[in-house]
Ligand binder design. Structure first.
Ligand code: ATP
Length: 199
């Protein structure tokens, strides 16, 4: 699996549709200060489900939408699509190409798509769980993160190894299963009450 392409429209400094193709191997993004290099890596994290405006250097999610310049009016919609090559079926999804899209409108409308079908954020998180490509995964090392890793507590650092070892998926599923068990136990006790009343 590898990242083939990113398409951005209305995301931060990318007002017009901008398509960047990534060849296999190493791609270096270079440019002067303020030309949008960090915005590009933030677009990748955003489409993977980043919910914290602060970690995208904004104060609200609306800040990811192109907010105009002296020459250009702001736009109302930010949309980013990541296209992943999945020919090796690394991701558990039976398609050779997977596109993941996120869009956000100034009116607060937020949408996610996998291969152009509307999905929930959870579906994207599930798809990428333990793939090394989640929004918090260590395939994206932003400025300051290396220092943060070295300064983190041992328990926090453990999550890095857990992700690499692929155990986070099972922890996540365990929490979900426990939640379902609590709900089912509630339902069961309600049914027992009703049976008791009927007796
Ligand atoms: P450096 O090398 O200094 O780290 P960079 O290439 O990483 O710079 P970015 O930080 O990605 O550059 O881009 C900053 C630019 O993006 C600034 O000019 C800023 O005005 C612009 N920008 C950020 N958010 C928006 C937005 N919502 N609308 C329009 N422009 C934006």
């Amino acid at each position: 699996m590898h990242l083939e392409r990113i398409e951005m429209t209305g995301f931060k400094s990318f007002a017009d549709k901008t398509v960047i193709e990534f060849d296999k191997g190493l791609t270096a993004v270079v440019g002067p200060n303020g030309s949008g290099k960090s915005n590009l890596s933030e677009a990748i994290r955003w489409v993977l489900g980043e919910q914290s405006a602060k970690s995208l250097r904004g104060s609200r999610m609306e800040d990811v939408i192109f907010n105009g310049t002296q020459e250009r009016k702001p736009v109302n919609l930010a949309k980013v699509t990541l296209v992943l090559n999945n020919e090796d079926r690394y991701l558990d999804y039976d398609f050779s190409e997977i596109s993941i899209t996120r869009s956000y409108n100034r009116n607060g409308d937020s949408q996610y798509f996998i291969n152009k079908e509307a999905v929930r954020l959870k579906d994207i998180v599930d798809l990428l769980l333990d793939s090394g490509l989640g929004k918090n995964s260590f395939s994206i090392i932003s400025q300051g993160k290396v220092e943060q890793i070295f300064l983190s507590k041992p328990e926090e650092r453990r999550t890095i190894f857990e992700e690499a070892a692929g155990v986070q998926k099972y922890q996540y599923r365990k929490v979900e299963a426990e939640r379902k068990l609590v709900r089912s136990t509630d339902h069961l006790s309600r049914v027992k009450d009703i049976i008791h009343e009927l007796d």
